[in-house]
Write a protein that binds this ligand. Structure first.
Ligand code: IVH
Length: 667
C-alpha cells in the first residue's frame, strides 16, 4: 500500500517535471514512449488506489472529466477590458497623457494582444485551484476541467510563489492545431470552424474535457493579482511567474519589450504589424502597459478599463461586395453548408468569389439577404468571411432570407438535431450527392487512389445507373463502359486496370475509404493496427473500442452505428468477395527496433523514396513526425534538405543521421 502511494507520488512528480520542460521550456527529457508508459502506470495505480491520486495529477491532462454544468464564480478582482485604439495618434495621446499625469520617467511594457479567451486561474499553496472565464467581468464560469488539459498550464508550481493568488492570461488555439482540427473535420465531411478564437472559446466550454485535451489549446499568461506580492512592477512579476512554471512571453522572442519612450512603443507596433503573419498563433494587436505598480495605482481605472493600459488593434483588410446568391453544398455525410456567392473582389492579394456562411444561425445573426452589399474580411487570414451588411445599400425590394427546408439535391426534408448548428439531409441511401460523394471519397488519392477514374466519371456512372456504392465499381465491365460518351477504349482499359489494382491497397486505406464518420486516415491506421481485421472491428463493442489509444466516444459510437446498418455490412462483404484487403498484411520485415523513437525525414535519398523511408520507420515500430520538436529523436537527412530544418535540429540537439546510418539502425 505505502509502496503504491510512494510510486504514485514519484510518478506524479516526474511527469509534472517532464510536462513543464516540454510544454513551457521546449525541452524534451524523455521520449514520447517513455512518457506514455509512465503515464499509463500512474493511471493504473490511480485507478486501483484513488485515495492516493493527487487532485492535480498529470493524468488529468488527458481529459475525461465530464461536467454537467459549469458553476458560476464571482471574480475576486473584476475582470476589466482594455480601451482600444486603432491609430498611432491615439497611442501618442495616451503616452502624452500618462507622462502628464505621473510627472515621472515612465517605463512601458509592450505585449502582444493574444486573440483568444481570457482566463483567470487561482493557485492556493502552489496548487491549481480553479480557472474561471471572464463572463460579464464580475462573474464567470468555472472551466477548470478543460483548463487542466492545457499542458503548458502548471497544476503544481515551483519556486517561491505567493500562497494565494490569481494569474490571468489568454487561452488560444495554436494555428497548427486549428488547421489539424479542420483537416480532420474536412475529411469527415463536417462543417469547418471559422476561426481559431471562437473555436477556442467553444472548446473551453465543452462539457466533456477530452475534447479540449484532444484539440490542444495553449495559454500565455499576462497578469498576476494577489496580496503581499513584493515585486513592484509588471515586467519583473511576469518574469517571476515564469520561474513558478508558467508559460510567459519572453524577451528573446520579442513577444514582450520594456521601453521608456514613444518611439520604442511605435517600433513595437510596426514590427508586429508585419511579423504577426509569421506567428504560430493569432494576435489582433498589441497592448501597452505602464510598468510600475505605483504608477498604475496613481493612474487608476475608469468603470470599464485601466487608465494605465491601452491596446492598439491592427487593421484587418476589409472590402465590400455584392452577395449575389446563397447556394448550398451537400457533403457526403449529408451535412449542408450554405455558401455566399459574391461579385468577385480583391482581398489580401487574392480574388474572393465565395465565402462560407457556415450555418443557418450565422445567417440569422448577420441578418443578411441575397442582394445585400456585405463587408468581407479574411478571417484567421485563411477563409474569407462576411462580417456585416451595409444596410444603407439594401435594395428597396429586398426580401427576408429563408433557409432551405429541403435538400437541394434530393428534395427530402432537412433535419437539424438539437444542439447541432448544421442541417442534415438524412436520405443517405437516396440522395445522389451523398451517394456520389461517398464513392468519390472512396476513389480519392488519400483513400484507394484509383487511377483512371475521376470525380466526374463517378457522376456519369451513377447517372447511368451503373454504380450506387464502391462495391459496384468492381462489377463494371468493358461492354458497359464503352458506349458511354467520351469513353475511349484506352480510358476504359485504364479505368478497369485502376480498379483492379486497388484490390492490393492495404487494409488501413480501405478502412479510411469506407468514409465512416470521424474515421480519418490516422484513426483508420490506428484501428487497423490494433484490430488487424475488419471482423475484429465489427465485433468490438463500445468499451473495447474506446480502450484503443486515441479512440474516443464519438468515434466508437460512429463505428457501432456504421456497422449496425445492414447495407454497409453487405457492401463490405461484396468488397471482400472481390478480393479487397480487409486484414492487415503480415509484414515480414516488421520489427520493433525503433519503438518509442520519433523521426523526421527531410531531403532526397538514394536507396529509398521519402515515402518508403517513412514506411520503413513505421514498419520497425518508430513514429514519423512532420516537424522537428523537442520530442524528435532523429532527423534523417537526405540531399537538398531545407536549412531551417537543419538549424532547428541543431538547436534542439536532435541527432542528425544519414540514409546509411538509418539502414544500420534497422540492421
Ligand atoms: S491585460 C485590465 N494583456 O484583451 C485588462 N489583455 O480587452 C487587463 N488580452 O480581456 C488585460 N492579450 O482577454 C492584457 N497581453 C495582454 C492581452 C490581453 C490579450 C485580452 C484579454 C482582455 C482583453 C482586453
Amino acid at each position: 500500500m505505502t509502496n503504491s502511494k510512494q510510486r504514485i507520488d514519484e510518478l506524479t512528480k516526474s511527469l509534472q517535471e517532464y510536462n513543464y520542460q516540454y510544454y513551457v521550456m521546449d525541452n524534451s527529457l524523455v521520449s514520447d514512449f517513455e512518457f506514455d508508459t509512465l503515464l499509463k502506470e500512474l493511471q493504473a495505480l490511480e485507478e486501483k488506489f484513488p485515495e492516493f491520486a493527487s487532485e492535480n495529477s498529470p493524468t488529468k491532462r488527458v481529459g475525461g472529466d465530464v461536467t454537467k454544468k459549469f458553476e458560476q464564480v464571482i471574480h475576486r478582482y473584476p475582470m476589466l477590458s482594455l480601451s482600444n485604439s486603432y491609430s498611432k495618434e491615439e497611442i501618442i495621446d495616451f503616452e502624452t497623457r500618462i507622462k502628464k499625469l505621473t510627472n515621472d520617467d515612465i517605463e512601458y511594457v509592450c505585449e502582444l494582444k493574444y486573440d483568444g479567451v481570457a482566463i483567470g486561474i487561482q493557485y492556493i499553496d502552489g496548487k491549481f485551484y480553479q480557472a474561471v472565464t471572464r463572463g460579464d467581468g464580475t462573474k464567470g464560469e468555472n472551466v477548470s476541467t478543460n483548463v487542466k488539459t492545457i499542458k503548458s498550464i502548471p497544476l503544481k508550481l515551483r519556486g517561491d510563489y505567493p500562497q494565494d493568488f490569481e494569474i490571468r492570461g489568454e487561452i488560444f488555439f495554436p494555428l497548427k492545431n486549428f488547421e489539424r482540427l479542420n483537416k480532420t473535420r474536412f475529411e469527415n465531411d463536417e462543417p469547418l470552424y471559422a476561426n481559431p478564437r471562437n473555436t477556442a472559446s467553444g472548446t473551453l466550454k465543452s462539457l466533456d474535457s477530452s475534447i479540449a485535451a484532444e484539440r490542444g489549446l495553449d495559454c500565455f499568461l499576462y497578469g498576476i493579482y494577489g496580496e503581499n506580492i513584493e515585486i513592484d512592477n509588471h515586467f519583473d512579476l511576469v518574469k517571476k511567474a515564469g520561474e513558478w512554471g508558467f508559460k510567459i512571453p519572453k524577451e528573446e522572442t520579442k513577444y514582450i519589450k520594456k521601453t521608456s519612450n514613444i518611439d520604442g512603443i511605435l517600433d513595437f507596433i510596426d514590427f508586429w504589424d508585419v511579423e504577426r503573419k509569421n506567428l504560430p498563433f493569432e494576435i489582433d494587436g498589441v497592448v501597452i502597459k505602464v510598468n510600475s505598480y505605483d504608477n498604475q495605482n496613481r493612474l487608476g481605472y475608469t468603470a470599464k478599463s485601466p487608465r494605465w493600459a491601452i491596446s492598439y488593434k491592427f487593421k484587418t483588410e476589409r472590402v465590400s461586395t455584392l452577395l449575389e446568391k446563397v447556394t448550398y453544398q451537400v457533403g457526403r455525410t449529408g451535412a449542408i453548408t450554405p455558401v455566399a456567392n459574391l461579385t468577385p473582389v480583391q482581398l489580401g492579394g487574392t480574388t474572393v468569389k465565395r465565402a462560407s456562411l457556415h450555418n443557418a444561425d450565422i445567417i440569422e445573426k448577420l441578418e443578411v439577404r441575397e442582394g445585400d452589399t456585405v463587408f468581407v474580411e479574411k478571417g484567421g487570414e485563411i477563409i474569407p468571411k462576411i462580417i456585416s451588411v451595409d444596410i444603407d445599400k439594401r435594395p428597396s425590394d429586398s426580401k427576408p432570407f429563408h433557409y432551405i427546408t429541403n435538400c437541394p439535391d434530393c428534395g427530402s426534408l432537412l433535419q437539424r438535431q438539437e444542439g447541432e448548428a448544421n442541417h442534415y439531409c438524412v436520405n443517405d441511401t437516396g440522395c445522389p450527392v451523398q451517394i456520389t460523394g461517398r464513392i468519390q471519397h472512396y476513389i480519392s488519392r488519400k483513400a484507394m487512389n484509383i487511377d483512371g477514374l475521376g470525380t466526374e466519371t463517378i457522376e456519369v456512372l451513377f447517372e447511368q445507373g451503373l454504380i450506387k456504392n464502391p462495391a459496384d465499381l468492381y462489377e463494371l465491365t468493358f461492354d458497359q463502359l464503352i458506349p458511354i460518351e467520351r469513353m475511349a477504349e484506352k480510358s476504359v482499359n485504364n479505368m478497369l486496370a485502376g480498379i483492379e489494382a486497388s484490390k492490393q491497397i492495404p487494409f488501413e486505406k480501405v478502412l479510411f475509404a469506407l468514409g465512416i464518420r470521424f474515421v480519418g486516415d490516422t484513426v483508420a491506421k490506428k484501428l487497423a493496427r490494433h484490430f488487424v481485421s475488419i471482423e475484429a472491428i465489427m465485433n468490438a463493442d463500445f468499451e473495447t473500442l474506446i480502450e484503443v489509444d486515441e479512440i474516443g466516444d464519438r468515434i466508437a459510437q460512429s463505428l457501432i452505428e456504421y456497422f449496425g446498418i445492414h447495407e454497409n455490412v453487405e457492401m463490405i462483404n461484396r468488397l471482400k468477395s472481390h478480393g479487397l484487403q480487409f486484414e492487415l498484411a503480415h509484414n515480414e520485415d516488421a520489427t520493433d527496433k525503433l519503438k518509442g523513437l520519433v523521426f523526421v525525414v527531410s531531403g532526397v535519398f538514394d536507396k529509398f523514396s521519402r515515402d518508403e523511408l517513412k514506411k520503413s520507420i513505421e514498419d520497425n515500430g518508430g513514429k514519423v513526425s512532420s516537424s522537428i520538436s523537442g520530442k524528435t529523436n532523429y532527423l534523417v537527412a537526405g540531399d537538398n534538405m531545407g536549412p531551417a530544418k537543419l538549424k532547428k535540429a541543431e538547436k534542439l540537439d536532435v541527432k542528425i543521421i544519414s540514409e546509411t546510418d538509418f539502414i544500420a539502425l534497422i540492421g
